[in-house]
Design a protein around this ligand. Sequence first.
Ligand SMILES: Cc1cc2nc3c(=O)[nH]c(=O)nc-3n(C[C@H](O)[C@H](O)[C@H](O)COP(=O)(O)O)c2cc1C
Length: 147
Amino acid sequence: MSDTLYQLVYYSRNEVSGDEADFAAQVASILEASRRNNETVGITGALLFNGGVFAQVLEGPLDAVEATFERIQQDARHGDVSLLALEPIAQRSFGNWAMGFLGQSTANAERFARVGLAGGFDPAAFDGQKVHAILRDLAIEEETLAA
Ligand SMILES: Cc1cc2nc3c(=O)[nH]c(=O)nc-3n(C[C@H](O)[C@H](O)[C@H](O)COP(=O)(O)O)c2cc1C
């Protein structure tokens, strides 16, 4: 038994069909389940949606991270799930967030532009470290705004 924390980073393509309201409802349902389940198993993280692409960081004990990612991969609301990183970490980056979310609001558009995502999220241009850094920077801004 080890207490080592792991971080997993992936991206995927949105498969939710319908209009903006349908998408918002699905995201609300994803976040509701995420916050409920993640808190129970000690996972924290952040989910980003931009330009039709999700990117997510999950951090926590390895068994919990793996089991959660297994479930996420089966979810028909997204596809082409691509793992970018799975590695041990010294400490959490999203300790306050059972699952933070950054979507495509007007306010976020400016923030995305600041971290180089103005033209949408191009996963091919990013590795796990870069995605993690972007989500961390955005989360820090979000926390500052909320504070
Ligand atoms: C982009 C995306 C991210 C998700 N992130 C999480 C997550 O962090 N934790 C989680 O439990 N479920 C997450 N889900 C939802 C799972 O796929 C699944 O629907 C959910 O865990 C089922 O939970 P329930 O059986 O408690 O309703 C995510 C789904 C999508 C499409």
